[in-house]
Unconditional design. Structure first.
Length: 353
């Protein structure tokens, strides 16, 4: 961050230097030749007016952009700004013109010069040049303020999004932990000591992932899939003796080089188990994750073994959470389709990686 800011400052300084050198060249080619052309050729007559013009132009530009604009224009003190800018503009023209006129007289004390014509040309040139500089200064200050405001808005938005994402993740972890503990409690009630020990081991691995791996914005997709497999293994401990429960997890495509937002798929899988899993009736849960080119397709399909009311109440927080996370992390880069039939619930998520 500091390095990029330093590079940006260097770029700004370079642009300012290039701007003033270009304005000096433009003044020499157009304005100075038009006004002082007859005095060129000896004693570097144009060196004085050029130096004076550059100094006054720089002073006018930064006096307006760094002082008047900031103190009055930015605070909406329009009348004060117009008055002081006008006085500054006229004052610079008068002083600069007198100095230029004096330099011409100094360089050519014996030359017959039409003083009125020369002074008029100087005033005209300085007035036009200073007007251009003043307008450029106002434009520069306005653009500078706009860029700063946009940067501040973007930083505030990013901070807000990070805070909101962190809050959404804190909603996921306790909810998931509660479900896992329920599973282990069921195993303990059935006095399955070995399975309970394996479940605690799996749970510790899952919690390690949620605490250390899922704190960033993105994680490797392979790690997220390992997390899902551990979760499914923990569920299998609970239903190992059930013949009417069928669970399938299928992964297709190259997953080792991809990254996704952490804890993005598990709410859908949790919902499938909460809404579809029943020890008293047939249960089917199918999970598919497929990678094609730069697109990820995730699908969960499960039978429904609960009433619609319990389904809506149980899934409300989880689905609202994951939808909000998708909006924040993948704006306009995802499609989420949720279909519910009389006995089947299906979630299809497509993400452009």
């Amino acid at each position: 961050m500091k390095k990029s800011r330093s590079n940006l400052n260097k770029l700004i300084v370079t642009l300012h230097v290039v701007f003033w050198l270009s304005s000096l060249l433009l003044f020499y080619l157009i304005g100075a030749n038009m006004t002082y052309g007859e005095f060129k050729g000896t004693n570097n007559t144009l060196l004085g007016p050029l130096s004076v013009g550059l100094v006054f132009n720089v002073a006018l530009f930064y006096s307006n952009s760094l002082w008047l604009f900031v103190k009055y224009f930015r605070r909406n003190h329009w009348y004060q700004y117009i008055l002081y800018a006008f006085l500054l503009h006229v004052g610079f023209i008068a002083i600069e013109s007198m100095i230029d006129y004096g330099l011409i007289r100094y360089y050519y004390p014996k030359k017959i010069i039409d003083a009125d014509t020369l002074l008029f040309n100087i005033l005209l040139l300085e007035g036009l040049g200073n007007s251009i500089i003043l307008i450029a200064s106002i434009a520069y200050a306005a653009i500078r303020d706009w860029i700063r405001n946009e940067r501040s808005k973007r930083q505030l938005l990013e901070e807000k999004l990070k805070t909101e994402l962190a809050f959404l993740r804190t909603q996921i972890n306790p909810h998931f932990l509660f479900n896992c503990l329920n599973n282990l409690y069921s195993l303990a009630l059935q006095e399955k000591i070995q399975e309970t020990a394996e479940g605690i081991s799996k749970l510790s691995m899952l919690m390690r992932y949620t605490l250390h791996e899922s704190s960033g914005d993105k994680v490797q997709l392979k790690k997220e899939l390992d997390y899902i497999e551990d979760y499914l293994a923990l569920q299998h401990l609970r239903i190992a003796d059930e013949d009417d429960i069928y669970i399938k997890f299928d992964v297709q495509g190259e997953v080792t080089q991809q990254e996704v937002a952490p804890m993005l798929f598990i709410p859908f899988i949790e919902n499938a188990f909460k809404h579809g899993l029943s020890l008293k009736s047939k249960t089917l849960i199918k999970i598919l994750l497929k990678i094609t080119d730069s697109q990820l397709f995730f699908e969960v399909c499960n039978t429904i073994n609960h009433t619609k009311k319990s389904l809506d109440e149980a899934s409300g927080l989880g689905l609202a959470n994951v939808k909000r996370r998708l909006e924040l992390i993948y704006p306009q880069q995802y499609q989420l389709d949720i279909q519910q039939a009389s006995n089947e619930y299906q979630v299809a998520l497509k993400i452009n990686l």
